[in-house]
Ligand binder design. Structure first.
Ligand SMILES: Nc1nc2c(c(=O)[nH]1)N[C@H]1C(S)=C(S)[C@@H](COP(=O)(O)O)O[C@H]1N2
Ligand SMILES: [Mo]
Length: 257
């Protein structure tokens, strides 16, 4: 019955024991081969040089693929959950002060680069003259905290309409820079046109505090905190990704929620 060519006859038990041994050894060999392979793959990834953006090219390709998927599924119709004003924090956390040295005074102007050599210069009153939109949402920072906060300002899409900047919406990105150019972000156009995205000049119904971006900041609830640039100096439009402070440190460019 249990006949193996070279070994003569085996009892059923001997045959089974042999099978068990053969399978155990085979499992171990496969296990260590895969372990080794994983180790090699890890070492290869680990030892790859970093790209200009502080991320290894292979990892950046994965991040970019994720970004691409996120932007495919992004819908302007999709709103970030709205809260009641009464749910908003009275003590709003302050985080990040790059590009915010010193106090800003009334000499501040918003510069909007409509096209090369064509810059619109606006005061905060110009912006306050536009319809006001208030947003209460759960502000999320990549560092792991979140807080329900209440902001007021002009919808970015309303602002574009008023200043005849509709043609610029054909471009893929909006870039923003602090007056001293130390902090800068890029956001994709669909997220900028989402109805909860505002050029914000108020927090909790009062003018923005200095450390929260006085006189003007971006509030863009579909993104993590890193994209909500405080103290806007210049706004520009482009088809290439605008330079982005945290993306340059290796963070996800899209940073969507
Ligand atoms: N100019 C400027 N804007 C900035 C930052 C910064 O360092 N400088 N930090 C960002 C980060 S990481 C977060 S979480 C939010 C924090 O906004 P808040 O201080 O109003 O809570 O601002 C964003 N905007
Ligand atoms: Mo953040």
């Amino acid at each position: 019955m249990y006949e193996l060519s070279n070994h003569g006859k085996l009892t059923k038990e001997q045959w089974m024991n042999r099978q068990i041994r053969v399978r155990t050894i085979r499992s171990f060999v496969i296990f260590f081969l895969l372990l080794g392979l994983g180790g090699f793959a890890f070492a290869w990834l680990y030892n790859q040089p970093q790209g200009d953006d502080n991320v290894q090219p292979t990892l950046r390709r994965v991040l970019n693929a994720n970004d691409h998927l996120c932007s495919l599924f992004f819908s302007k119709e999709r709103k970030s959950k709205a809260f009641k004003k009464s749910e908003a924090a009275a003590e709003v956390r302050v985080n990040g002060d790059v590009g915010m040295d010193g106090e800003l005074d009334t000499s501040w102007r918003l510069r909007v680069a409509r096209a090369p050599g064509d810059t619109l210069v606006l005061t905060i009153d110009d912006l306050k003259a536009l319809p006001k939109t208030e947003v209460v949402f759960d502000f999320k920072c990549v560092e792991g905290w979140s807080q329900v906060t209440w902001w007021g300002g002009v919808r970015f899409s309303d602002f574009l309409k008023k200043y005849n900047l509709a043609p610029q919406t054909a471009l893929k990105y909006v870039g923003m820079v602090t007056p001293d150019e130390a902090y800068y972000v890029g956001n994709d156009m669909p997220s900028m046109l989402q109805p909860q995205t505002i050029l914000c000049y108020e927090m909790n119904g009062a003018p923005l505090p200095q450390d929260q971006g006085y006189p003007l900041r971006l509030i863009i609830p579909v993104k993590y905190g890193i994209k909500h640039l405080k103290r806007i100096g210049t706004i520009y439009f482009s088809n290439d990704r605008p330079h982005d402070y945290w993306a340059e440190q290796g963070y996800d460019y899209f940073a969507g929620l």
